[in-house]
Design a protein. Structure first.
Length: 266
């Protein structure tokens, strides 16, 4: 039997009864959950022991996004060996001391050595470290233009646009809706600052995830039957100072931090 490395290949060997006894709404949903690692094939009550033993050896589980990022870290740590830290200071808006480079991320110091190892008083997660390394290695060091644009204006790639909306903008809006004081926390904790309300928002906040990749968050509170609105903007030079995929990953890393902060309100 060939490898079972996608939901459809697993679905073909299931009974297709949609009995829901596995806890999934359909057999196809169950197959997708198996590939993601959320379910195991033996949770299907209709497969006999011999079939389960054979199938278990054929299933190839997809790596989680975090596992994928850990793989991406490997070549990045090799690339950073070729970066001249002392020459990169002005390009990155960073500081250099000894053999280490210090970059501000949300107002906090992230110090990296020549082997790509990070130290920070702030929470370190792989969603932030990968973009930070990409910033250090690839940033063009463009000066900020002062003109704000949307993620869609930075990228024409519909896949990244969809990821950005579904995995950053929408959950961030839900988070702020649930925790209205979160904006003030972000200002206090991450050296953010209020700016003149922009784009018909009630609150406009600028954060600096990286020295040359600022982020403008514009939030409009819900009023009666009108839902809240959240708009995210970047300086128009953002895609020159950080690749689109890293901008997305950086934002998801920020969301993880914001969620941890919001949890303190519970």
């Amino acid at each position: 039997m060939s490898k079972l490395d996608n939901p459809l290949s697993i679905y073909k060997v299931l009974p297709k009864s949609n009995c829901k006894l596995c806890g999934a709404p359909t057999c196809l949903a169950f197959a997708a959950a198996i590939i993601k690692g959320d379910k195991r094939i033996n949770e299907c009550p209709h497969l006999d022991k011999e079939a389960l033993e054979e199938l278990n050896g054929q299933i190839v589980r997809q790596m989680t996004p975090e596992e994928q990022l850990k793989q991406i870290l490997v070549p990045l740590k090799e690339e950073i060996l070729n970066v001249d830290f002392s020459a990169a200071v002005e390009r990155l808006g960073a500081k250099f001391s000894g053999d280490k480079l210090t970059v501000k991320c949300l107002g906090k110091d992230f110090t990296v050595d020549s082997k790509g190892n990070f130290i920070s008083d702030c929470h370190i997660n792989v969603w932030v470290i990968v973009p930070l390394l990409n910033y250090i290695i690839h940033s063009a060091g463009k000066d900020l233009s002062g003109k704000w644009v949307t993620f869609k204006e930075l990228s024409s790639d519909t896949v990244w646009i969809s990821f950005f909306e579904k995995r950053f903008e929408e959950p961030l809006k839900q988070l702020i809706d649930s925790y209205p004081d979160l904006i003030e926390d972000l200002i206090l904790i991450f050296n953010g600052k209020h700016v003149e309300n922009s784009y018909s928002s009630d609150i406009s906040l600028v954060l600096y995830p990286l020295p040359k990749v600022p982020l403008l968050i514009c939030y409009k509170k819900p009023v009666e039957d009108l839902k809240s609105q959240l708009n995210i903007f970047f300086d128009m030079t953002a895609d020159e100072n950080l690749k689109i995929d890293s901008i997305y990953r950086l934002c998801v890393g920020l969301l993880v931090m914001f969620q941890k902060i919001a949890s303190r309100h519970t």
